[in-house]
Design a binder for this molecule. Structure first.
Ligand code: SF4
Length: 257
């Protein structure tokens, strides 16, 4: 995710590492988490009143700033369309004007309807039934829905379904390649496998960690001229890929989907 989001969630305080040796990867990842948590505090993700609103936001936020998504969500709410039942009754053409602020609104309206059709056909419109499925079975299913890639699927599963899965994005790649954990061209799956192999399987930890990485990359570990002198990770970071001027040599993509 590449935008600010606020809502319920959070861990309530610094965490202890999972099974690992002192100085091992898990301990280092937890030290980073704890420093970020002390610096930013709980980020209260995701900004939504219902799981369905999380899902709609996760689809609409693709390639657009969060403030535009907020406008679209407000439009859908005002039009009485922000529920699976109401959206199932609406046509693609009826959805389009409400989500216009998010850009690519025609294809995003199709994506919303594709998700609704999947929910109707597979779970009779019930998110409760959908989120009762085991993660290993549900994730490939959600990834099979038109317009839902790994980042969107994992945002839905982590923030709407409360599954223990951590969302990756271009921000994760930028920060953790500079920290030296993986290369600047690491794939989404490589990054996720790395985090989930070294962190406890804990939805609240993954929820907060992803949100904290977003905060750091948005405000401090910028693509160009990162503010390393004010960074809470400065003492831990070899700043891999950065010139002495602070400019990044890497060419990050704006998103992972
Ligand atoms: S020290 Fe600099 S490069 Fe390293 S994480 Fe912080 S801002 Fe990014």
């Amino acid at each position: 995710m590449q935008q600010e989001k606020k809502a319920a969630g959070g861990l309530g305080g610094p965490q202890t590492a999972g099974p690992d040796v002192p100085g091992g990867t898990t301990a280092r990842l937890m030290e980073i988490f704890n420093r970020l948590y002390r610096y930013f505090g709980p980020r209260h993700w995701w900004p939504a009143e219902t799981p369905f609103e999380v899902i709609v936001g996760a689809i609409l936020t693709q390639n657009v700033a969060w403030k535009n998504v907020e406008k679209a969500i407000a439009n859908l709410k005002a039009a009485g369309l922000l529920s699976p039942e109401a959206m199932a009754r609406a046509t693609i053409e009826e959805l389009e004007p409400h989500i216009r602020p998010t850009g690519y609104y025609r294809v995003k309206a199709k994506k919303l309807k594709a998700f609704i059709n999947y929910l109707q056909e597979r779970y009779n419109g019930s998110l409760e039934a959908m989120f009762a499925r085991p993660l290993e079975e549900l994730r490939p299913e959600v990834l099979g829905v038109f317009g839902i890639g790994p980042e969107t699927a994992d945002a839905i599963l982590c923030y709407a379904g409360n599954y223990p899965i951590m969302v990756m994005d271009a921000y994760t790649r930028r920060v953790f390649s500079r920290l030296g954990f993986f290369g600047a061209r690491a794939s989404y799956q490589d990054m996720q496998d790395f985090f989930m192999a070294h962190l406890p399987r804990d939805n609240r930890l993954y929820n907060e960690y992803h949100a904290l990485i977003d905060g750091l990359a948005n405000r401090i570990c910028l693509k160009k001229a990162p503010a390393c002198l004010s960074c809470p990770l400065a003492g831990l970071c070899p700043r891999i890929g950065l010139e002495e001027t602070g400019k990044s040599k890497s060419e990050d993509s704006p998103g992972t989907e």
